[in-house]
Design a protein around this ligand. Sequence first.
Ligand code: ZN
Length: 331
Amino acid sequence: MQPLLLLLATPGLGADVQADLHLDTPTQLYRRKALLDGDGMEAALPQLREGGTNLAVEVLWPPRDADWEAHAAKLFDIIEAEDRRLDAVTLARSPGEARSVIENGGVALVVSLEGAHGLDKTGVDGLRRLHARGLRMLGLTWSFSNRFAGSSGDGGGGITGDGWALLAEANRLGVVVDVSHASDRATMDACGWSHAPVVASHSNTDGRREHARNLSDEAIRCIARGGGVIGVNVHGDFVGGPRDVAAVADHFDYLRRVGGAGVVALGSDYDGLIKPVAGLEHAGKLAALWAELRRRGWTDAEIAGARGENFMRAWTQVERVSQALRGGPID
Ligand SMILES: [Zn+2]
């Protein structure tokens, strides 16, 4: 085979992955009784297509006053219904599945739970059930501490006994652990202990904007050391500065400087009642971000990493650790 044909025949090299690690679109679909290909959202299918996002992490977020587990299940129902209804989107349960959806021109949906309060009653068993449905990412906390971990939203502490059991099961199942919203202590606990890479799906840097929701240099280095990634958020309050594309790119630059280019990803937080910075009002405008990084001298490989390949690497490693912990090929 000629080298070019060999290249084309190698799985994975054909697909140009652009991942967004945190989208609250399911909550909008629920509240507005809207459809994923409908109007008026920041990261529904029209915006994803326009901006090139082909791996969308869709978030199950149980509000504080809801029946948390029932609400998460309801949002999962909505995602599954859209998966059945729309040819353009497909639920992806592994990096290989995501890659194949993308190679066929579709958008891969990866399901995440934002806050382990969504497992308050059922814990490890509940995680197993959600995993069986296709859940592949678990945020330890939302804005309040829960029985598994402390939150940055209320000055919470580290991982609890129940939290360690949940983390161990996440590693075993191959569920990516997400420390966005977790307290500093819980973040360091998780990333220092986990056998698999951990991610901060939608968090920025204290170095560019000091904020309880942003990450210290120590946390950035810890996540990078473990092979994880950090998804930069486009919410103006977390970005700071002039709240424009350049201010978002400053967080990308900072992450690259402190944690290396391999730690960088995007986790916009679109549809999460955020105030997106000027120039990145919705997911259809993301080309402006990649252009800004290119203008700043990021290489094609670094941009490809930030757009999605870094996350694919981390997710693949999570899967490998799961296989090793289960003692064989994944079932
Ligand atoms: Zn959030």
